[in-house]
Design a protein around this ligand. Sequence first.
Ligand SMILES: [Zn+2]
Length: 192
Amino acid sequence: MHNVLPQWTPRVPKWKLRRLYESDAEGILDTELLADIGMTLLLRCEDILTVQQAQMGEVVCPVCRSQGVGSLLPRAEKLHCPLCGWSVSWRSYRQSYRRQQLNAGGAVETFRAYVKQFPKAKSDLEKMQAIDRLIHEFHYSLRQQPDQPTRSVGVNLIEGNLSSVMEFLEGLSYNAAWEAKVQVASLAGSVR
Ligand SMILES: [Zn+2]
């Protein structure tokens, strides 16, 4: 149990997302890929929130998932889980998430919303919507705050550097066939 570090979920590769959107646009949605990406993003968002909590002094034990392990202060030397005996230095723990694009920055609510919404999404359309909303959130915040584009939701979730992820998302948003479906669905809803 000693020196075990959390296994952070890697970001989603671009090719997977592209294939998902293409399959959707072609009307043969790859539901396996949808579930796969949706789950990866869920774990990734949870990791981001876990790191955010840790930075505020609330570390979750990576072994038994106990909350609030030890009394963590920025200078505390050792993290210790009284339940399962896990322990690691705060320094190693902190290094495990450095440069992993796991900082929530100003988008905590965005990640929280996805963690809440995705598991509740029943239909493929709802799942697709939740994913699309999440990864494009960064576009909107960029437009609203053009002065603060240094960090973005997309880079937290999709492999690549800021500019390559931005370019990728631009391409995807033109291809969002589900938007038409949502309109049809909401029109159908309003007719009822
Ligand atoms: Zn534990």
